[in-house]
Design a protein around this ligand. Sequence first.
Ligand SMILES: Cc1cc2nc3c(=O)[nH]c(=O)nc-3n(C[C@H](O)[C@H](O)[C@H](O)COP(=O)(O)OP(=O)(O)OC[C@H]3O[C@@H](n4cnc5c(N)ncnc54)[C@H](O)[C@@H]3O)c2cc1C
Length: 399
Amino acid sequence: MRDDETSAGIDGSLGAMLGTTLSPEHSKLQQTCREFADEVLIPAADLHDREESYPARNVDRLAKLGMMGILAPVRFGGLGMDNLGLCLALEEINRGCASTGVTLSVHNSLLSSPLLHFGTEAQQEKFFPRLASGESLGAYAITEPDHGSDAVGIETTCRREGDEWVLNGTKAWITNGSHASIVITFATIDPSMRSRGIHAFVIENTMPGFSVGKKEKKLGIRGSDTVQLVFDEMRVPAENLLGEEGQGFKIAMHTLDGGRIGIATQGVGIAQACLDATVSFAEGHQMFGRKLADNQLASHKIADMATRIEAARLLTVRAALLKDAGLPHSRQASMAKLSASEIANDAARMALEIHGGAGLGRQNPVERLFRDAKITEIYEGTSQIQRLVIARHVRPGRG
Ligand SMILES: Cc1cc2nc3c(=O)[nH]c(=O)nc-3n(C[C@H](O)[C@H](O)[C@H](O)COP(=O)(O)OP(=O)(O)OC[C@H]3O[C@@H](n4cnc5c(N)ncnc54)[C@H](O)[C@@H]3O)c2cc1C
């Protein structure tokens, strides 16, 4: 159980400072996820890591709590919450299990969110009920074997044939890819047109020509599902185009701004788990005749972790609030992700140091947290890419 002094999360007074107060709905959502993390996710996290097993039971139980439809409109069976709500929920889920956290983050931030912003009423009516209930899992596929940061250069092609689009190409490193039945993906009518040629589609895994390729084995978030997706003359009905023709790159980048807030919550959640483990260990570990927590060097490390976690949490919530207010939030989302992913990795390193040799033991959660933290600096834009986005916005006359 967490110590409220060291790990308060976002509470009412913090909300007030940010110009909002946590509504009863926000508080309830946060509390539900906090309890679920403590009672269900934390006890199961090491097993999913060791076995590299997709946390299906966690996802099913979270679906019953409404967490697969946090942003989905109430009329389609969702909770109809905002991005602040998503942020509060995802921090707690990621604190409990980062593999489960990214599964839900992709489903809610990278699929529900663009469907909400760019989907037609017919698309929303068709997909949201299944997504919100958890009957269908969502994925987002832009990366290709040769195009990650350079997403504008994607080579998956689309061509129009009558009432259908025909897609050909391979998507790489796709989270939820082998379990997802609904995927937002991107293809170009002509790679030489760069961003102007890119179209976005909502596809289903039942479409002719869709198949799942190789499964990736990973350093961290080993319970999350990461695969290649292969489109071989995949036939997609014209009504599955998301947004307008040629609007795909804009949709991709808009979506990633929101997704980065989701990954920032993962960084904060992992860092908080590291702090919780460190405080608990330092309080219980005796050396040189006193508690490790009473050692000034250890207590300074704990103070640094707590301060930087709070700063990253505030940046993350601020980005979510801006998104909810319909204001520009690209710079703030990048700052939140950069800051949260760096503290996740620093907190994991400090936690491991404070645990001494015990920190390296496979039975110790900080060993997993250390490996889980790394990915936060890579996906949905590496830290280098976040710095480029931020610099573009703060340089005079730019952004
Ligand atoms: C576990 C996992 C899950 C993922 N899930 C998804 C998913 O669900 N959907 C999806 O579409 N993708 C997903 N990805 C892909 C992920 O978003 C990419 O790996 C990421 O964007 C980086 O691309 P890359 O791996 O091709 O590296 P590259 O783009 O090749 O980058 C290599 C290095 O070059 C640096 N670099 C690149 N451009 C610049 C620049 N202009 N200036 C300075 N440095 C630069 C990068 O920071 C990095 O250090 C996932 C990846 C992983 C590992």
